[in-house]
Design a protein around this ligand. Structure first.
Ligand SMILES: *[C@@H]1O[C@H](CO)[C@@H](O)[C@H](O)[C@H]1NC(C)=O
Ligand SMILES: *[C@@H]1O[C@H](CO)[C@@H](O)[C@H](O)[C@H]1NC(C)=O
Ligand SMILES: *[C@@H]1O[C@H](CO)[C@@H](O)[C@H](O)[C@H]1NC(C)=O
Ligand SMILES: *[C@@H]1O[C@H](CO)[C@@H](O)[C@H](O)[C@H]1NC(C)=O
Ligand SMILES: *[C@@H]1O[C@H](CO)[C@@H](O)[C@H](O)[C@H]1NC(C)=O
Length: 477
């Protein structure tokens, strides 16, 4: 655990603790964990009227089961059910660009905001960040869930080119360079990403020095011709770019009220903006006090996902005037504390100080979620009493010898040794150890005459204690 602790300290060193917060929890110590359908979890432990006024207001929206409209981000990439909110639309897509979309006629469809509509396509002019040809292409493709539903623009007619330069004139008075999808196949033959032939107006491809390897095209405003033209480029340059989406494919962005990909450069699904959600809730922890010399740390952790990557805070729950109050764990106030990501480590845990319930909070800019409350307990087994008086029983009669275990937490397992450790008593039909630790003889025999000792071992760790040996006498009739 040493490395983890070290790691923890290294991490916290860079985190600036801004404001340490506390808030009231309501009276039900159990709370109720409610999962929303979108993967959000909130805990009804939290009683909004006790929040401090400057408490993150996002938090309250999380608690409302109907809050979904506020969150465009909680889209589940694997779910198709989200598409259903337009009623009669059949989303059985053909999976190819230009394919058949069986809902509505294309004329009735509109492009999402920031997309420009021309004929059967929507166009988006991406100004930032600048990308290479291949990256730009990937980002354009990410706008549609269907293969080929969106890509770098395929220019298939002079009308389309006319529409684009018209837009460029409005959008880019600075005359910067914009990738289009065209890729050179031979001296004067370019293909579009959709497989069609790139069509341009006459002489619109600029002559460049050293054209070798410049297989791609970018819109460039020629100062000599005073018009937008195509400049052959290598593809490695970082430029602006123009995406084109089949209006049917991109329509889903509209019907979902702007889904997760809307307006965002998506490079991989992990980067889809999304409120935090728990991957791993914390679980109750037991610190084994008998192992203090070996491991003097206890760790509880929660793990949340979301994008941007959530940040975590840990809270300790204390009763104050009969109210449960959550206090943020502040490593600056107690050097025994380490908070590193979702992991909370207490070094040298003390039952008096640390025996409590805790929970974590994960936050990103889209909201905050609260974990279940977990208990930090202290596992211990006190010493057996040092001496124990002899036991006796009658030959052929039943006999129960009780373990008389020392105080312990949590539960222990029992075993019995005969004459020396660890010479465990073999259980059989006649001799057995009961659940409560007693050693039972259904009928005593003379061979049972011996010294016995009960041992207990923790159910959660391998620590244990051995009791004193004492004789068992077997009285003949
Ligand atoms: C809390 O949980 C315990 C055990 O699950 C249950 O017995 C008790 O009734 C619960 N208390 C409340 C107030 O729900
Ligand atoms: C919430 O989700 C967890 C894990 O997916 C599940 O074990 C639990 O039963 C759910 N709770 C409710 C109230 O649906
Ligand atoms: C979707 O398409 C498949 C294959 O073309 C077809 O079998 C299925 O019935 C269609 N589903 C709907 C809802 O139209
Ligand atoms: C393309 O535009 C840049 C300015 O963005 C300019 O310097 C360059 O000369 C242009 N290329 C051609 C071939 O006109
Ligand atoms: C029990 O232990 C004591 C002390 O070691 C020894 O004197 C005695 O003989 C033992 N009793 C039996 C029954 O083995």
């Amino acid at each position: 655990m040493g490395w983890l602790q070290l790691f923890g300290f290294m991490c916290t060193a860079g985190i600036s603790i801004t404001q340490i917060e506390s808030y009231m929890l309501n009276d039900n110590p159990n709370g109720t964990i409610i999962n929303t359908t979108k993967g959000f979890t909130y805990n009804t432990n939290y009683d909004s009227k006790y929040y401090s006024p400057n408490y993150n207001t996002n938090f309250n929206t999380n608690r409302n089961p109907n809050y979904n409209s506020n969150f465009k981000t909680n889209y589940n990439p694997t779910s198709i059910t989200n598409y259903g909110n337009s009623g009669n639309i059949n989303y059985n897509n053909s999976g190819t660009y230009g394919g058949y979309y069986s809902y509505g006629t294309l004329d009735e469809l509109e492009c999402p905001e920031y997309w420009f509509h021309f004929q059967k396509s929507c166009y988006r002019f991406i100004r930032s960040p600048l990308k290479s040809y291949l990256d730009a292409r990937k980002l354009c493709q990410a706008y549609s869930p269907e293969t080929g539903g969106s890509d770098l623009v395929s220019i298939g007619s002079t009308e389309e080119h006319g529409f684009l330069i018209n837009q460029l004139n409005k959008l880019d008075p600075q005359h910067r360079r914009w990738y289009i999808g065209a890729h050179q196949q031979s001296a004067s033959y370019y293909t579009n990403p959709d497989g069609t032939q790139f069509v341009s107006a006459e002489n619109s491809i600029l002559a460049v020095d050293l054209p070798y390897g410049k297989d791609y095209l970018a819109y460039n405003f020629s100062r000599t011709l005073l018009r937008w033209s195509f400049e052959p480029v290598s593809g490695a340059e970082l430029l602006l770019y123009i995406c084109e989406a089949n209006i049917g494919a991109v329509q889903r962005l509209v019907s979902q009220g702007r889904d997760y990909k809307y307006g965002v450069d998506v490079e991989d699904p992990q980067r889809i903006p999304r409120g935090p959600y728990f991957i791993k809730q914390p679980t109750d922890a037991i610190f084994d006090t008998s192992k203090r010399k070996l491991y003097n740390d206890i760790t509880i952790s929660c793990l949340a996902s979301g994008y941007p990557t959530p940040t975590y805070k840990w809270y300790k729950e204390d009763y104050e005037n009969d109210r449960l109050v959550a206090h943020e764990i502040d490593p600056l106030q107690d050097s025994r504390y380490t908070v590193s990501g979702g992991t909370f480590i207490i070094h040298n845990p003390q039952q008096k100080l640390d025996h409590a319930t805790y929970h974590c909070k994960a936050t990103n800019k889209y909201g905050t979620i609260i974990s279940e409350s977990v208990q930090l307990n202290f596992g211990f087994i006190l010493e057996f009493v040092l001496k124990r008086s002899p036991e006796s029983g009658d030959l052929n009669w039943g006999k129960a010898v009780y373990c008389d275990p020392p105080n312990h937490f949590p539960s222990v397992k029992y075993s019995w040794s005969r004459d020396y450790f660890p010479n465990f008593v073999e259980e059989d039909a006649r001799v057995f150890v009961s659940h409560d630790g007693a050693l039972y003889f259904s009928a005593l025999e003379t061979i049972d005459r011996a010294n016995y000792s009960c041992s207990v071992s923790s159910e959660f760790s391998d620590s244990g204690r051995n009791g004193p040996f004492f004789p068992l006498r077997v009285n003949p009739h």
